[in-house]
Design a protein. Structure first.
Length: 459
């Protein structure tokens, strides 16, 4: 068990002033996250590792890269109307293999040279890995957990309190483990009160001692044999599998959002899915990579004012505007005078079987005959011989309906029947649809979007 008190954070990079970055984007319902987020996210966007390695004279710059929706696979906000599942609200849908996290090599490097005596030392997902052997799709390594601890932070590791008490200008640190104190020079490892602690690197600030911190590895180092497709190690990381390739190619990594990377790469990807009514990620939910190194969250939907629009059949007295005293009409009712007819805001409108339009404005008024009835916010309402269309500014997002007698005969969204359809039906524009004997809509002032954030780990 690991917990912390203070400004602790996991580290995937060399000791420097800790950074904390979050990317926040608003993503349209039914849109892939890649419509707003970069295809490849690295240290330019988040606090991910960037450095260099050397294997027996071969050098390469290296970095961590987050890739979403590779090969066009869908990961994004959706609804029961847009998706194929009966979601009871807007959700973040995640399909298998849509979250991939890589360690890549920007220069050609022969990794087959690694050995126990000359390992490849990398930081990946907040852990230190000493890789001692590779094949194209597997590697062997010794691994341990990494932490950045400031003066005053307290890490609880397997029930023991770990603190960095002092950082010296020379790079040495003083570490306390449950009352047992030791001095560790730079790169030194000691067993302190039953825990193995390594001083990997430290940062000294003479002007503010409480701003000093150390990059330490804590705990027993473990041997890992990693192979593509096998689970990432650790009982808390179920659902993540290794994605490894090209380690024996002696080339550099070629990245791509449209296909799998080529050349040498070490990565993980999600083997879990949230894409059914039994597995829903609603607003306020997050998904974390191993160690919660990067966290992807669906915060909320954008807040908008709604106009309530109801459509039914009504026998109306339209005689004040030249119509009949008892006419069967398609009747529109909007909250807050949210319906606009002939440039006039109104709460009520009627359409007769022969296409005459009437509306309420200090009594019944006539708007003549037109195929365009009016609008509600960004939606336009038209009529074609009794089949009405509520047109959205979004593509493939229109609602069409007609009445049979006094009840809805047809009601579709993008060709999909919505009468008595299960789930909370929300269109790409964010219109909430309920269709039974009559049609009820909640129409937002502007397009509703999902507020998404991606954060590199910090506490």
């Amino acid at each position: 068990m690991v917990s912390v008190v203070g400004n602790f954070r996991l580290s995937g990079f060399a000791a420097e002033e800790p950074c904390s970055k979050t990317i926040i984007k608003e993503v349209g319902l039914g849109e892939n996250l890649t419509s707003e987020f970069n295809d490849e996210i690295d240290r330019n966007d988040l606090c991910l590792h960037e450095g260099s390695v050397n294997v027996q004279g071969d050098d390469s710059d290296t970095r961590e890269v987050l890739v979403l929706g590779q090969r066009g696979r869908f990961i994004g906000p959706t609804t029961a109307l847009i998706g194929s599942q009966e979601y009871d609200d807007a959700v973040l849908e995640i399909n298998g293999g849509t979250i991939k996290f890589y360690y890549v090599f920007d220069n050609s490097i022969d990794l087959t040279k690694v050995s126990l005596d000359s390992p490849l030392e990398i930081n990946f997902l907040g852990r230190a890995w000493s890789i001692t052997g590779v094949t194209n799709s597997s590697f062997s390594a010794i691994s341990g957990d990494l932490y950045l601890l400031r003066i005053g932070d307290q890490l609880i590791y397997n029930g023991k309190a770990v603190q960095v008490l002092r950082v010296s200008q020379s790079g040495a640190i003083v570490v306390d483990v449950d009352g047992v104190t030791e001095v560790l020079s730079r790169s030194q490892t000691k067993s302190i009160n039953g825990l193995e602690v390594t001083n990997r690197e430290s940062f000294y600030d003479s002007s503010n001692l409480f701003n000093n911190f150390a990059d330490v590895a804590v705990g027993v180092k473990t041997f890992v044999s990693a192979k593509a497709g096998q689970p990432y190690p650790g009982q808390n990381y179920s659902g993540w599998v290794w994605n490894i390739g090209g380690l024996a190619s002696a080339t550099s990594t070629s990245t791509s959002s449209a296909s799998e990377f080529t050349g040498p790469y070490i990565g993980v990807e999600n083997n879990f899915e949230f894409n059914s009514e039994d597995a829903q990620l609603k607003a306020g939910s997050c998904v974390g990579l191993p160690n919660n190194y990067v966290v992807i969250c669906f915060d909320r939907l954008t807040e908008e004012d709604y106009v309530s629009l109801a459509v039914d059949v009504e026998t109306a007295d339209l005689s004040a505007a030249g119509g009949g005293g008892s006419e069967s009409t398609t009747h529109f009712t909007a909250s807050g005078n949210g319906l606009r007819v002939s440039g006039t805001r109104t709460k009520e409108a009627w359409v007769t079987s022969d296409g005459r339009i009437y509306y309420e404005r200090n009594g019944v008024q006539s708007a003549g005959i037109s195929t365009t009835i009016g609008s509600v916010e960004d939606l336009t309402i038209t009529n074609a011989a009794g089949t009405f269309t509520i047109a959205s500014p979004r593509q493939a997002d229109n609602i069409m309906f007609s009445f049979s007698g006094s009840s809805l005969g047809t009601a579709t969204w993008n060709g999909v029947n919505v009468i008595n359809k299960d789930g909370r039906l929300i269109t790409r524009q964010g219109v909430v649809v309920k269709a039974g004997n009559r049609l009820k809509l909640l129409v937002p002032k502007d397009q509703i979007k999902a507020v998404m954030n991606i954060t590199s780990l910090s506490n």
